[in-house]
Design a protein around this ligand. Structure first.
Ligand SMILES: [Zn+2]
Length: 389
């Protein structure tokens, strides 16, 4: 299976787990805007929301399902028919819908929150997957708090889920408790011992409570995970989720170690990060790996000297590879002709003053609809509305 497959699938949950980040809520229009950018970025799956939670969530999933056609769109549901029916109702118009059904797997959750026995949990998981199977075969099963679950039970739960139709089984370290060696070992165990695992994709979902989300995700991948769940800028519950840009660039930069690849167009990472930051009004810390303002800035004289002689002395990846350059700005409705002209110049155009004025006019029209707009849209406006008219 998957153990020899070099492709790692990127499942983005910025719009669901990411949005649960305190202060990061997005309205359906904003979610759609970001989803369209995630599609351009090349993620494999977009988790658009948890439809039963609110009418806003439902509407966002529905809008994204209708308009995002190139990638899979997923919705989250607890292991009960009501959640699943609602998630499907929101998803049904998607080109490639995925239902992600979850139930708790750790004894702590079973005892204190769910108040169910292990065998009841298995029964519920199976019954809900059988129910969901009537809607789609593209089913994922997530075992919440798997990081603290007993591994023999996890294996049993996954075997039952796979037999009931799950095509992806997900191991969430819901509370960010795992450490890399331990999680890697769990993946090795699941891959070796779980019946039917060779026919499905094993997935990992990490949280950053101990600052280990990226390291844990990579340890899982090294030991057989072929789907990674991430969010842009690492936003998410509490300390956040594994940052998509970090996991992707670690796999790309250290391909000599992992031998794996994703479908991400890495040169769109910086822009996507900026767009999210603008939408949720949450700045990216300057020292944030990959997408922080200082991620490619060298201050020390010795380092600068080395860079001038040969960039690889102090640079493991280029700013261009993640699209980090001065002209890669997210523009707003209030951006003036100077910013627009600079951005166009940065793309290699030499617009006349009249062309700039016309571009600003079209640009403001478009920006008033969705508030935020990026250089990609500006380029489209410039080529279609200004130069070809
Ligand atoms: Zn989570």
């Amino acid at each position: 299976m998957v153990a020899n497959d070099p492709r790692v699938y990127v499942y983005d949950t910025t719009l669901r787990d990411g949005e649960q980040s305190p202060g990061a809520s997005m309205n359906p229009d904003e979610k759609l805007l970001l989803a369209m950018q995630l599609e351009k970025l090349g993620v494999d799956v977009i988790e658009a929301g948890f439809p039963i939670c609110s009418t806003e969530d439902f509407r966002a999933v529905q809008m994204i399902a209708k308009q995002v056609r190139e990638v899979q769109v997923a919705a989250l549901a607890r292991a009960n028919p009501r959640d699943i029916d609602c998630a499907w109702e929101a998803l049904r118009e998607a080109a490639c819908p995925r239902l992600n059904v979850f139930i708790a797997a750790s004894d702590i959750h079973l005892r204190h929150q769910l108040k169910k026995s292990r065998s009841e949990v298995i029964e519920l998981a199976v019954a809900s997957l059988v129910h969901a199977r009537h809607y789609t075969k593209n089913l994922e099963f997530s075992a919440m708090d798997a990081g603290r679950a007993e591994r023999t039970f996890l294996k049993e739960l996954f075997e039952a889920a796979i037999a009931a139709g799950a095509k992806v089984v997900n191991v969430p370290d819901t509370v960010g408790y795992s450490v890399p060696e331990e999680l890697g070992e769990l993946f090795r165990y699941l891959l070796a011992e779980t019946k039917g695992i060779d026919k499905v994709i094993l997935s990992v979902h990490c949280h950053d409570d101990l600052g280990l989300a990226t390291a844990n995700t990579l340890a899982a991948v090294r030991n057989g995970a072929r789907q990674v769940k991430c969010t842009m800028n690492g936003i998410g519950e509490r300390a956040g989720n594994a940052a998509l840009e970090e996991v992707v660039m670690a796999l790309a930069t250290r391909k000599n170690f992992y031998g794996l690849e994703t479908g991400i167009r890495t040169e769109k990472l910086f822009y996507t990060s900026q767009l999210l930051s603008r939408i949720i009004k949450m700045p990216v810390p300057p020292n944030k790996a990959i997408v922080g303002a200082n991620a490619f800035v060298h201050e020390s004289g010795i380092h600068q000297d080395g860079l001038l002689k040969e960039r690889s002395t102090y640079e493991i990846m280029t700013p261009q590879s993640v699209g980090a350059s001065e002209c890669n700005l997210v523009l707003g409705r209030h951006s003036g002709s100077h910013a627009v002209k600079n951005a166009l110049m940065g793309m290699g155009y030499r617009p006349t003053e009249e062309e700039v004025a016309l571009a600003v006019q079209h640009f403001k029209q478009r920006a008033s609809g969705c508030k935020i707009i990026g250089i990609e849209d500006l380029e489209e406006i410039f080529c279609q509305e200004v130069r070809h008219k």
